[in-house]
Design a protein around this ligand. Sequence first.
Ligand SMILES: Cc1cc2nc3c(=O)[nH]c(=O)nc-3n(C[C@H](O)[C@H](O)[C@H](O)COP(=O)(O)OP(=O)(O)OC[C@H]3O[C@@H](n4cnc5c(N)ncnc54)[C@H](O)[C@@H]3O)c2cc1C
Ligand SMILES: C[S@@+](CC[C@H](N)C(=O)[O-])C[C@H]1O[C@@H](n2cnc3c(N)ncnc32)[C@H](O)[C@@H]1O
Length: 487
Amino acid sequence: MNCGFVRALQGNQSSKCQTLIRSPASNTIAPLSPDFQPVVPAAAFFNADGTLYSQRFDDIYASSQGALAQARHVFLNGNGLPERWNRDDSFTIVETGFGAGFNFLAAWRALREASPAGTRLHFVSVEKHPFPLTDLERCHERYPELRELTEQLRGLYPPLLPGFHRLHFDGGRVTLTLLFGDAAPMLRQLHARADAFFLDGFAPAKNPQMWSREIFAELARLAKPGATLATYTVAAAVCHGLTDAGFAVEKRAGFAHKRQMLCGRFAGAGSDSVARDDRRAIVVGAGLAGTSCAQRLAERGWSVQLIERHHAPAQEASGNPAGLMRPVFSLDWNTHSRFTSAAFLYANRHQTALEHLGCGPVHGDGGVLQLARDANHFDKQQRIVEQFALPADLVKVVQSRTAARRGPMGSARWRRRRARHCAGCRARERRHGNPVFAGGLVAIAAGARPGQPDAPTPGTKSQDCSVQGRLCNARNRGNALHWRQFQ
Ligand SMILES: Cc1cc2nc3c(=O)[nH]c(=O)nc-3n(C[C@H](O)[C@H](O)[C@H](O)COP(=O)(O)OP(=O)(O)OC[C@H]3O[C@@H](n4cnc5c(N)ncnc54)[C@H](O)[C@@H]3O)c2cc1C
Ligand SMILES: C[S@@+](CC[C@H](N)C(=O)[O-])C[C@H]1O[C@@H](n2cnc3c(N)ncnc32)[C@H](O)[C@@H]1O
């Protein structure tokens, strides 16, 4: 949470967003969640001719004649793009297989070059084995002509956490929704109205999972009337499967040494449509929730009236000068964990974007330091991190003794605090007769970014002592006590 949201909205309101101010008036271990499958990342490996290759699937990611050229011929032209981007409207592409993102990058570049400024692109892509950031960089460096876009993509690329990740580019004109997980279950959770499909899941013979009837049925569910599709494969099972799902398919000239490719058009009624001609909304309440809704709607081109009973925004709970933001992890990776993790990552990206717009500083870079209450709490947190293979750029278990030797944790101020804290723990042990910490002081840093020290810097902007104390008080008295000892 951060009131920078509210300040940012005030400072950068879209002309379409108007503010109307009214006068005042247990520790039991749960089994691994069946819904949560930790991400198994891909590794960038290149053939002798430099083509990106998957050892897992024994197939190449794109033609040896170039991923970008293939993207243009097969996926863009095969779907009638960029010619169809001729209106001030939004266009949704659903892709199976994000890989290194070349189809997305090609679509983004084509949109910039060829379409009216009002056209907005929403690119949704599902990926079971995403590349880690360093591997992604190795894939991208072979395409220097894309440097500006690839750097932006990597700048917002999420930690490899299963689920939905939404990224915005070009001031919201381009949205990328990444679904990290297996295509079938992920697509089942997707609500979208697709104008076009890029089917790019390796050769059907190598990866039949991506060409199943279940997937085709999901594509049909997501398709707008007349939605198109394109893919490089003309395998009989794919032609029949797509036809049975309601797509009229035809073969066209393929790319490079592929003689043919497949294009199609959805012939069914399509997913339910929502009338979008009248884009006006009223939002009641100018706290964090209301201003965020208003800002997101306004960025999508809605006309928003924001109604607030006080003379100014953020006069109630959202009126704190700053706040602490972190995901809440659980042993069964429940809905709360899924929601707060996705929301935390989204909010981080959103706040960074607001800062780039000149609204900053909205958030600090330090991350959040959570102290284990006792041995059980430490075990629980460590088990969560290990069991779900939580990525290190999201959360790290930090041993204070190690951390204390490095970076800001090694400062005299930190050492004094640690000593005070440990003295407190020993006193508790004497009182209660059981150890408070099993392995010394343990901390978990949420939100740490790559390239930063393992432990966040106490006393950075986001770690203002009084704010943290208040938050912890609101949530958990035990934690609050520990915080106070450290701040
Ligand atoms: C001391 C404190 C510290 C906190 N620290 C943190 C933290 O560190 N991290 C964190 O994530 N959360 C924190 N929270 C919680 C967080 O602040 C709230 O969850 C959040 O601000 C709620 O935002 P909201 O927009 O839903 O509600 P509010 O900020 O309460 O906004 C609701 C708005 O609606 C208006 N309104 C209501 N009814 C009407 C009506 N009929 N007509 C017109 N206007 C109306 C109100 O006037 C108000 O402006 C903290 C809360 C407190 C109190
Ligand atoms: C040909 S590559 C995609 C290339 C990508 N479109 C690009 O532009 O770089 C196929 C991708 O499908 C992914 N994939 C394979 N099986 C999958 C599945 N069951 N669910 C989701 N993604 C899968 C692979 O990990 C791989 O990244």
